[in-house]
Design a protein around this ligand. Structure first.
Ligand code: DOR
Ligand code: ZN
Length: 430
């Protein structure tokens, strides 16, 4: 049987000059001008930008345990719709992904979904309780091959546990991804601590709660000689600490979410819980510092922190609402709006921050590769000229808690290819 071929015609590869890209079976066969379309499905891509398939380091898929908000299947469908070909599934499920058994279950569900690759993240501590190291080695050696460990949603606040985790993962080149939040400094916190929280009378979440943990952990990573990754960096001060740690040559990487690149704590004045997220939306100055840090590489990558919640947990008063927002299906549009259309990053930069670097941090094979012959055909085609309002009713995610409902954003993913197979075609899931 002959293998399926697809010719993507006239796409701007990484935003460069138009090229034809021939996919043969699972791989990129040729990149050139006026390639022969014989026997191939043709995708007319004039004006569109072709990127390596996006990779998310931080996705909450909720399965097992909270299938009312998302499942591996619905979450990977949302990922494909957003142009992702691989996601890292966070460990704060029920049960927690703190054993080889649970990470293998998530990994297997990912293989069955077929919409994108799912790389499970393992918990650092048993039950995310911060007291006892989880079986990191067994999770690494399992079929899931876990290399990223995180208690995300909670901070590994005990310095000795953090040190032991960094020592442990060093043996197999793993990484600890820290949700940096000093718990005592954020007790009862509801939003960013600043002028808006003072006016609204809501408990404040000071920047120092994030920055003090980051400072401690970059020092610990240097001391141990291991890798630490900082999740969802949200303050200008955090950027300064990471910049300093990198200037020392330490093995520190960091991510920023799309919402922290666009939204500010002014939105909390609406008391709409759709804006309630951890870490909280910060100030305009923080947003601008984060954009600059992503542009200059101090912050390595974008990660969605896709955090689906059912409407019962979000359509309630601010104080009772769950924290988090969905992000997979709008991530690329928000990055185009905040980074590309502002001139801070070109499309090659987007490929680097949303595919190459997250794949490298997760040590993920076959993703974040150049668009070149012989490489796996994990590809995303985006129409950057599109502009339109976000419509959550059209989401593939099981949840609808987006802060962008009705907001006009640029860019639309028209096609996503996972090893040559279209998971999204003409904007629709395959
Ligand atoms: O807003 C958030 N939601 N931040 C986190 O760290 C966890 C996440 C969730 O699991 O809902
Ligand atoms: Zn987190």
């Amino acid at each position: 049987m002959s293998q399926r071929k697809t010719l993507i015609r006239g796409a701007r590869v990484l935003g460069g000059e138009p090229r034809d890209v021939l996919i043969d079976g699972r791989t990129v066969a040729e990149v050139g001008a006026s390639l022969d379309a014989a026997g191939a499905d043709v995708v007319e891509a004039a004006g569109s930008v072709l990127l390596p398939g996006l990779v998310d380091l931080h996705t909450h898929l909720r399965e097992p345990g909270r299938e009312d908000s998302e499942t591996v299947l619905t979450g990977t469908r949302a990922a494909a719709q957003g142009g992702f070909t691989a996601v890292h599934a966070m460990a704060n499920t029920f049960p927690v992904a703190d054993t080889a058994g649970v990470v293998e279950q998530v990994w297997r569900l990912g293989r069955e979904s077929g919409y994108c690759d799912v790389q499970p993240v393992g918990a650092v501590t048993v039950g995310l309780e911060g007291r006892q190291l989880a079986e990191l080695g067994a999770m690494h050696e399992s079929a899931a091959g876990v290399r990223v460990f995180s208690d995300d949603g909670k901070c590994v606040d005990d310095a000795v546990i953090m040190r032991r985790a960094l020592e442990y993962v060093k043996a197999f080149d793993g990484v600890v991804a820290q949700h940096a939040q000093e718990p005592r400094l954020t007790e009862g916190a509801q939003m960013n601590e600043g002028t808006v929280s003072a006016e609204l009378g809501l408990g404040g979440w000071p920047a120092v709660a994030e920055e003090s943990i980051i400072a401690r952990d970059v020092l610990l990573a240097a001391h141990v000689g291991s890798r630490v990754h900082i999740c969802h960096v949200s303050t200008a001060g955090s950027v300064e600490i990471i910049r300093w740690a990198k200037s020392k040559g330490w093995n520190v990487t960091a991510e920023v979410t799309p919402h922290h690149l666009l939204l500010t704590d002014e939105l909390v004045r609406s008391y709409d819980p759709v804006f309630k997220v951890n870490p909280p939306l910060r100030t305009r100055e923080d947003v601008l510092a984060l954009r600059e840090a992503l542009a200059d590489g101090t912050v390595d990558c974008v990660a969605t922190d896709h955090a689906p919640h059912p409407h019962e947990d979000k359509d309630c008063e601010w104080g009772a609402a769950a924290m988090g927002m969905v992000g997979l299906e709008t991530a690329l549009s928000v990055v185009q709006e905040t980074m590309v259309d502002t001139g801070l990053l070109d499309w090659a930069g987007v490929a680097d921050r949303m595919s190459v670097r997250p794949a490298a941090i997760g040590r993920l094979d076959g993703h974040g590769r150049p668009v070149s012959p012989g490489e796996p055909a994990n590809l995303t085609l985006v129409d950057p000229a599109y502009r339109g309002p976000v419509n959550p009713a059209g989401f593939a995610s099981r949840s609808r808690n987006t802060p962008y409902e009705g907001r006009e954003l640029p860019g639309r993913v028209t096609h996503t290819f996972l090893r040559g197979q279209a998971t999204v075609s003409d904007g629709k899931l395959a």
